[in-house]
Design a protein around this ligand. Structure first.
Ligand SMILES: NC(=O)c1ccc[n+]([C@@H]2O[C@H](COP(=O)([O-])OP(=O)(O)OC[C@H]3O[C@@H](n4cnc5c(N)ncnc54)[C@H](O)[C@@H]3O)[C@@H](O)[C@H]2O)c1
Length: 359
């Protein structure tokens, strides 16, 4: 008999379970969805859906599922004749497939006295990075093009940052706009120790013969030109203070051709080039420059398939990659390189991808 289902059981375990599967599929159907919506998060515990759904799936609905699944278990246990519910041994098909829970461990004071500029701070990986730096005592200059996202960040993070001796300064700015870059610098001041270039956008998975000028130009403008412009403005400040750390967010698409369309893949290979060139140029001047290449991460980034060829080639290859992780897991890699813990590391492209790059 399958193991007892709990809120901590993985979504895959629920779907594969003879009673949990129909219960979960029923819940999805009631919301007009099917299990394909859960494909990217199959290995996460069921309870994580509460946070990931942004309020669409309340905690009570998960608790109710668990109650209904265990009510059936209890009935079965009684039918066994022993009158009490027992934990069952694990059969081959019941081995829990949820990833072990990762617990973020804040390094108190790791960024105390440091100003760190983080772009894309309104969502996903940038938001998690800004949060981690501020909760470790840093002064974060949180940049995003969407003002409401920054308002939400300031409301949520501000008090926690203060408690840790940190600070959150928000700047609504487009990194591709020279005026935006000027306002970021003005807010940052002259003593900038860190720059996390996280802001970026995805393409539409088109191969080069199908990519439109609009997609190509938008992706290159934000992912490459914007990153270069802000870095170009910040590096002199770092040189003047005798050191600093720049972390550029690349992607698995900066390492291989099978993770996205032509535009995004090209842009992220350019990010790797900018990183390596800068590491060489500033290596003896105290400014470290590294890249982090994330695998799949659960964020607000929008990716769509606008090409049949792209869907067939890339979609098929993406089926075997590691499961998506939380943005906080990327923030752990990025803040390592931003902080003095990365003291001897420059010019590297750190794949933070659950092992995808080794495949
Ligand atoms: N999510 C993933 O699976 C994944 C995988 C590999 C790489 N990445 C990279 O990680 C980075 C962060 O992506 P995410 O997944 O957190 O996405 P996200 O969409 O959740 O967050 C990106 C943020 O950047 C902001 N932004 C976009 N253009 C901007 C601009 N011109 N100026 C200022 N801010 C701007 C957006 O408003 C958004 O808040 C990107 O560079 C992305 O390419 C993401």
């Amino acid at each position: 008999m399958p193991a007892r289902l709990t809120a901590a059981s993985s979504i895959a375990t629920w779907l594969d379970h003879p009673r949990g599967g129909p219960l979960l599929r029923g819940l999805l159907a009631a919301g007009g969805q099917d299990e394909s919506a859960l494909a990217p998060v199959r290995l996460l515990p069921l309870e994580r859906l509460v946070a990931l759904s942004g309020g669409q799936l309340p905690a009570e609905a998960v608790a109710d599922l668990v109650r209904r699944a265990s009510a059936d278990d209890d009935a079965d246990d009684d039918a066994d004749g022993d009158g009490e519910a027992t934990e069952q041994g694990l059969g081959a098909s019941d081995v829990p497939r949820a990833l072990p829970q990762w617990q973020e461990r804040v390094s108190t004071g790791r960024f105390t006295g440091m100003t760190v500029v983080v772009t894309g701070a309104g969502s996903g990986i940038g938001r998690a990075t800004a949060s981690r730096v501020a909760r470790e005592g840093g002064r974060v200059v949180a940049v995003d093009v969407v003002a409401e996202r920054l308002d939400a960040l300031a409301a949520d993070l501000g008090p926690r940052a203060q408690e840790a001796g940190g600070e959150v300064v928000v700047v609504t700015a487009d990194i591709t706009d020279p005026d935006g870059v000027a306002r970021i610098l003005e807010a940052a001041g002259s003593d900038v120790a860190g720059l996390a270039n996280v802001a970026g956008v995805m393409d539409d998975m088109t191969p080069v013969h199908e990519v439109t000028d609009a997609v190509w130009e938008r992706v290159m403008r934000i992912n490459v030109d914007g990153m270069m412009r802000l870095t170009r403005a910040v590096v002199p400040l770092m040189l003047a203070r005798g050191g600093g750390s720049v972390v550029n967010v690349a992607s698995e698409a900066g390492l291989r051709g099978s993770a996205a369309g032509a535009a995004y893949t090209t842009s992220k290979h350019a990010v790797v080039g900018l990183t390596k060139s800068s590491a060489v140029m500033y290596g003896r001047l105290g400014v470290r420059v590294n890249a982090v290449a994330p695998g799949p991460v659960i964020t607000g980034i929008e990716a769509r398939f606008a090409s049949e060829l792209g869907a067939e080639r890339i979609g098929g290859l993406l089926a075997t990659i590691p499961d998506p992780v939380q943005p906080e897991q990327l923030a752990a890699s990025i803040t390592f390189l931003l902080s003095d813990d990365g003291v001897n590391v420059s010019g590297t492209v750190l794949a933070s991808d659950g092992g995808w790059s080794a495949q």
